[in-house]
Design a protein around this ligand. Structure first.
Ligand code: CA
Length: 169
């Protein structure tokens, strides 16, 4: 049985919201990534681009899988040693980043560059998800959110090549 994309999208959006991430949070990351290149970019355009990324099945699958693993880790339901690795957000694990790349993959090489950058700088909601405070585990979610933002930023860069100011800087 193949689920309708709309069902997947609804569930993916609901899970993001449940985990404390709004479309505007992600749009603010997009703004952070693209403001330098598209000085007249509006938050509304960023929101539209995030919404467009959130229609893709690859993105739904990554969100559903990653958030599920975060939740299972919070509930102490993973097998050891994975339980400890995911809960501790162990630096050498790397599968959280690989999963998120399945999102960026859809949008080409600018997507990879943006993803690498935002993962290093961790502005806005990414800093909150990475604080490791409280009982919540966001080992997978932080990379997924970064990847959605990177993809939405790449969409804008491809969409407005003539508006972009010296993208090679
Ligand atoms: Ca992570």
């Amino acid at each position: 049985m193949v689920l309708q994309t709309s069902q997947l999208e609804q569930k993916a959006r609901q899970l993001l919201g449940d985990r404390g991430v709004s479309v505007v949070d992600i749009a603010n990351l997009v703004m952070h990534l693209q403001k330098k290149y598209l000085p007249d970019l509006t938050l509304e355009e960023c929101v539209d681009s995030v919404n467009s990324v959130l229609t893709k099945r690859e993105v739904h699958n990554a969100i559903l899988t990653g958030i599920q693993l975060d939740i299972l880790a919070e509930e102490d339901k993973l097998l050891q040693p994975l339980q400890e690795i995911v809960t501790e957000d162990e630096g050498l694990y790397g599968i959280d980043e690989i999963l998120a790349l399945s999102i960026v993959n859809v949008y080409g090489s600018i997507g990879f560059t943006n993803y690498g950058y935002i993962d290093k700088v961790k502005p806005g909601i990414l800093a909150e998800l990475n604080s490791h405070e409280g009982p919540r585990v966001h080992t997978f979610l932080d990379d997924i959110v970064g990847a959605i933002a990177a993809s939405a930023a790449s969409r804008l860069a491809h969409q407005y090549p003539d508006r972009a100011q010296d993208i090679t800087q």
